[in-house]
Design a protein around this ligand. Structure first.
Ligand SMILES: Cc1cc2nc3c(=O)[nH]c(=O)nc-3n(C[C@H](O)[C@H](O)[C@H](O)COP(=O)(O)O)c2cc1C
Length: 166
């Protein structure tokens, strides 16, 4: 399967998650891993699964990811399988407790990315998910790269099963 993973990352944690996904898929799939490049639209030719990831900043994806999603051409996206992920603060590390509530209720980048992908005509390949950091600059919580690898493998396995059944 041809997979494109596009991500943004300010401190490197989201990039590490994206890399863990790419490395998990590479033995069996054709994987392109790209950092978002402002003003540049990724080439979607031949892509069967698009994965978009961003750090959550102010409950949303980064401006670069939002601009990329706006700039993607409509036609190549119609029916394209896609999934979103984000990185976000581990709620257990947020003090005081009322701030935890604000962060949780405010929402996360993955949800926004997923909505935009649907708006652009993509078919969601698996529910958006978030990977946890222990502070603004990281590090990632233990086990999150492994969870990212498993999440990406699960997405691809589901798409393969759908293709097989078609
Ligand atoms: C300005 C700013 C806003 C942030 N807003 C949120 C937020 O709304 N929710 C959250 O869970 N984490 C928030 N964070 C923490 C980021 O999610 C964290 O820095 C990011 O996951 C690290 O990923 P990166 O290393 O790829 O940049 C924020 C961090 C910064 C610097």
């Amino acid at each position: 399967m041809s997979v494109l993973i596009v991500h943004d990352s300010i401190y490197g944690n989201t990039a590490s998650i994206a890399k863990a996904m790419a490395e998990a898929l590479r033995p069996d799939h054709d994987v392109r891993l790209e950092a978002v490049n402002p003003g540049h639209i990724p080439d979607l030719a031949g892509v069967e699964l698009l994965i978009v990831g961003s750090p959550t900043r102010g409950f949303r994806p980064t401006p670069a990811i939002q601009e990329m999603l706006e700039a993607l051409p409509d036609a190549p996206l119609a029916g394209l399988r896609a999934a979103a992920f984000d990185t976000r603060l581990d709620l257990d590390t947020i003090h005081p407790a009322p701030l935890r509530w604000v962060v949780e209720v405010g929402g996360y980048a993955g949800q926004t990315i997923e909505r935009r992908l649907v708006d652009r005509g993509c078919t969601i390949a698996g529910a958006a998910t978030g990977f946890l950091v222990l502070g603004t600059e990281g590090p990632l919580k233990a086990g999150e790269q492994e969870r990212a690898a498993a999440w990406a493998q699960g997405l691809v396995a589901t798409q393969d099963a759908i293709k097989g059944a078609a």
